[in-house]
Design a protein around this ligand. Structure first.
Ligand code: HEC
Length: 151
């Protein structure tokens, strides 16, 4: 049997369409106490972190497109398993303390939010003001002295 060029290119297309019927489960589990960051910082974290680090993920349209959907759902599950703002009450005080410090570290170092998240979520970019708020919050929570470069 010979497969014409046209048919050949149809194969991946058909597979891609078929893949749309095979989707991962996007969950939003019940909240178990929120981190309750004060005032504007609460909004900042919601905007920049909650799609991955909370149970309040807003599943955008592109999370419905296979095969990306598999990667995204996996990624969110992983982020939640590391640190979940919606399960803050389940953490011990030493875990919380460690998270506060890590939050400062990864936002200060520009690792979070991840770069690949930003093109589709430009609002998630951390402003200097937000970084200052994070710094003040972490200082307030841990008493640790923190980098001074945002003053
Ligand atoms: C697009 C998804 C995504 C967004 C948005 C995101 N993160 Fe993450 N984050 C992850 C993933 C996945 C991991 C775990 C793997 C890794 O470290 O890269 C992680 C790891 C972390 C860790 C390390 C936790 C540990 O136990 O080591 C911290 C702290 C963190 N993120 C804070 C934040 C903060 C604060 C924001 C918002 C300013 C944020 N992240 C936004 C996906 C995300």
């Amino acid at each position: 049997m010979t497969v014409s060029r046209k048919t050949f290119w149809l194969i991946p297309l058909v597979l891609l369409i078929a893949a749309q019927f095979y989707q991962p489960v996007r969950t939003n589990p019940d909240l178990q106490g929120d981190v309750n960051a004060p005032g504007k910082l609460g909004l900042d974290l919601r905007r920049s972190c909650y799609d991955c680090h909370s149970n309040e993920t807003e599943w955008s349209w592109y999370t419905n497109i296979s095969p990306f959907s598999w990667w995204i759902v996996n990624h969110v599950e992983e982020a939640r398993s590391h640190m979940n703002f919606s399960e803050w009450n389940t953490y011990s005080s030493s875990e919380k303390r460690e998270f506060y410090q890590k939050i400062l570290q990864v936002t200060d170092g520009g690792e979070m939010p991840p770069w690949y998240y930003l093109p589709l979520h430009p609002n998630a970019n951390l402003s200097l003001e937000t970084k200052r708020r994070i710094r003040d919050w972490v200082k307030d929570k841990t008493g640790a002295s923190t980098p001074d470069r945002y003053r």
